[in-house]
Design a protein around this ligand. Structure first.
Ligand code: PLP
Length: 407
């Protein structure tokens, strides 16, 4: 049997340029972002300036993690204790976790089989929950129809915070993901689009939101040492009423990230080449649905998803086992038991139980695979072929089993 031998968790090494900068920071001893020599701007501040410029926004804050950035965005948008915050039900656990951490209450919205938020359910839940905020997670890089979404939110007076953990470098109709709402949050954790181990970025054009976020992040009133921040007068208004929730980014991580930002566009192109090869192999297979991508969607194919339809749990487990035999470990969101990162809403027991039949039906057959850039194009063609082979092989078993039952 053909087998794939690569590692699905092996990322690319950190580039020499990043390593060189990191060594300079280590030699300086000034790892803390506010520890500056005369006339120096910190690596953290430079990263913020460069990321804001890349996105075309006014303000940026580098912080401890993507989940922390979401928490801070909600806090800085002045979410009150117990307030309902809408979010799509297909996402990863840091998203409902960040809402909980901000003292708010997640109200989950259904997703479609194209893995984007269901706009009809969103409209219903805006009305029923009276929520004033949507935390939209562009989960696995599937971008909703942002024209329709933004016009619905505007009509209803609901604010938007974007979770762009999987859309850094992505866009809708040519406009960067993360520029459609009040604020956006990015992750620089190892498995995202740029890698500093851990880290997060929060962006906004709202001066007061950013001033609060910076003070929340633990600025010790040294906010004038931020390169992509509002003027001091704005901080004067908020500094004494904003608690310090210590969660800064250090200069070492910022130094590692800056050269990666310059490579982002190229990385995205490389992901999409790999994604296209796997997708090509999976196209046209009966009962295997590839989520639709709209023409305006500038997605980043750093992972691939498909839905197995009209199959029982047992059949899907058999298919997953056949993939694994071939060296292809797929993640499955249908399992009620969270395994690795694949949790679903039923296992977030710290929130109110929610009724989401549409999402549950989608998750039942949802398979997921991250695509590390260490894979060659040929690796991706092979992975696609092996998934197809495993699917065809277990389809036979299913049909045979059904025939026996009927006989
Ligand atoms: C990774 C991730 C986050 C949070 O990022 P961390 O840096 O790990 O805290 C948020 N949302 C989604 C969808 C993610 O995948």
């Amino acid at each position: 049997m053909r087998r794939f031998e690569g590692s699905f968790t092996q990322q690319e090494p950190i580039g020499e340029c990043s390593i060189g900068r990191a060594i300079e920071v280590l030699r300086s001893g000034r790892l803390h972002r506010y520890n500056l020599s005369q006339g120096e701007e910190s690596e953290a501040s430079l990263l913020e300036r460069e990321f804001a410029a890349l996105l075309g926004v006014k303000y940026c804050l580098a912080c401890a993690s993507g989940g922390y950035a979401i928490h801070l965005a909600l806090r800085s948008a002045k979410v009150r204790a117990g307030e309902p915050v809408l979010t799509n039900a297909f996402t990863l656990s840091p998203v409902p976790g960040a809402i909980h951490n901000a003292g708010a209450r997640p109200v989950l919205v259904e997703v479609t089989r194209d893995l984007t938020i269901d706009l009809e359910d969103l409209e219903r839940k805006i009305v029923s929950s009276r929520s004033r905020l949507l935390l939209l997670s562009h989960m696995r890089g599937h971008i909703a129809d942002m024209d329709a979404l933004v016009s619905l939110l505007d009509e209803k007076g609901v604010g938007l915070i974007e979770d762009c953990a999987h859309t850094m470098g992505g866009s809708w109709n040519g406009r960067p993901s993360g520029t459609f709402g009040l604020a956006a949050c990015f992750s620089t954790q190892t498995y995202k689009h740029i890698n500093s181990g851990e880290g997060g970025l929060l962006t906004t054009d709202d001066a007061h939101l950013m001033a609060r976020a910076i003070v929340h992040s633990g600025s010790y009133m040294l906010y004038e040492r931020h390169g992509a921040a509002p003027p001091a007068a704005v901080f004067e208004e908020v500094r004494l009423e904003t608690p310090n929730y210590s969660g800064r980014m250090d200069n070492l991580r910022a130094a590692i990230l800056r050269p990666q930002l310059a490579m982002l566009e190229q990385s995205c192109r490389r992901w999409n080449e790999r994604y296209a090869r796997i997708e090509q192999a999976l196209r046209g297979i009966e009962d295997l649905y590839l989520p639709r991508r709209r023409a305006k969607e500038g997605f980043v194919g750093s992972s691939i998803q498909f839905l197995i339809e009209r199959r029982s749990d047992e059949d899907i487990r058999r298919f997953l086992a056949a993939c694994l035999e071939r060296g292809v470990e797929l993640k499955w969101f249908g399992d009620l038991n969270p395994s690795g990162y694949t949790s679903r809403h039923q296992s977030w027991r710290y929130i109110e139980e929610q009724f989401l039949p549409k999402t549950d039906a989608v998750l039942l057959g949802l398979c997921d695979r991250r695509i590390p850039l260490t894979f060659s194009i040929e690796d991706c063609a092979l992975i696609g072929a092996l998934i197809k082979e495993a699917f065809e092989a277990t389809r036979g078993e299913t049909a045979a089993a059904a025939a026996v039952m009927e006989g």
